[in-house]
Design a protein around this ligand. Structure first.
Ligand code: E4P
Length: 217
């Protein structure tokens, strides 16, 4: 399973990338706002750090302008995946941009039918939003499971990019179900290493080591 970082924070992306934990990056207009940076500049900087796909989102709502925006964003670097919303206009833009050979990430997916449409429109990635479904008391993981089943039923090659990940359990469950990619905020990726028994075990080992009076270096 690939790990994408859901962020436009250069320092956080660099940090995780140095650890070999970054297969790609996803951004959205809210993350660009949070970064306080110009979209073209910050996205270029991210593309210079990360080799894998970097999603940059269009903001037009009508297909023709989405396509123009997508082409402009794709000029930033070869590893740009143009992100379009799951609307009919977004699907139309997805079809045109993917026919041109560009990577397309169809975002804001909340149903298996929407995911089917994105696959038929040639999406490289479909982004079902787990956390936002959980927020309205619908189990987001059920959607990941349904999309996996349907895509496998018909051999669709669109990659399932589990998005809106809020917890480490979302990551583990996505891996169990067989999502192709997860995109998570840097803090969630860092938390994947945490376990109280690791901390407790290490404290005991270090205390016992102290008592041996030995040194390795
Ligand atoms: C995905 O590409 C989105 O940027 C993201 O996962 C949205 O997450 P949120 O629901 O926590 O804003």
């Amino acid at each position: 399973m690939k790990f994408f970082v859901d962020s436009a924070d250069i320092a956080a992306i660099k940090d995780l990338n140095d650890l070999g934990m970054v297969d790609g990056v996803t951004t959205n207009p809210s993350l660009i706002l949070k970064s306080g940076r110009d979209i073209l500049e910050v996205t270029k900087e991210i593309c210079d750090i990360v080799d894998g796909p970097v999603s940059a989102e269009v903001v037009a709502t009508e297909a023709e302008t989405m396509i123009e925006e997508g082409r402009k964003l794709a000029k930033i670097a070869d590893n740009i995946a143009v992100k379009v919303p799951l609307t009919w206009d977004g699907l139309k833009a997805c079809k045109v941009l993917s026919d041109e050979g560009r990577m397309v990430n169809v975002t804001l997916c909340f149903s298996v039918n929407q995911a089917l449409l994105a696959a038929k429109a040639g999406a490289t990635f479909i982004s079902p939003f787990i956390g936002r479904l959980d927020d309205i008391n619908i189990d987001g993981m059920d959607l990941i499971e349904d999309i996996r089943t349907v895509y496998d039923n018909f051999d669709f090659t669109t990659q399932i990019l589990a998005a809106s990940i809020r917890t480490v359990n979302h990551v583990a469950d996505s891996a169990r179900i067989g999502a192709d990619v997860i995109t998570a905020p840097p803090e969630v990726i860092r938390k994947l290493a945490d376990h109280p028994l690791t901390d407790k075990g290490l404290a005991t080992f270090l205390a016992d080591w102290e008592k041996t009076g030995q040194k390795i270096l």
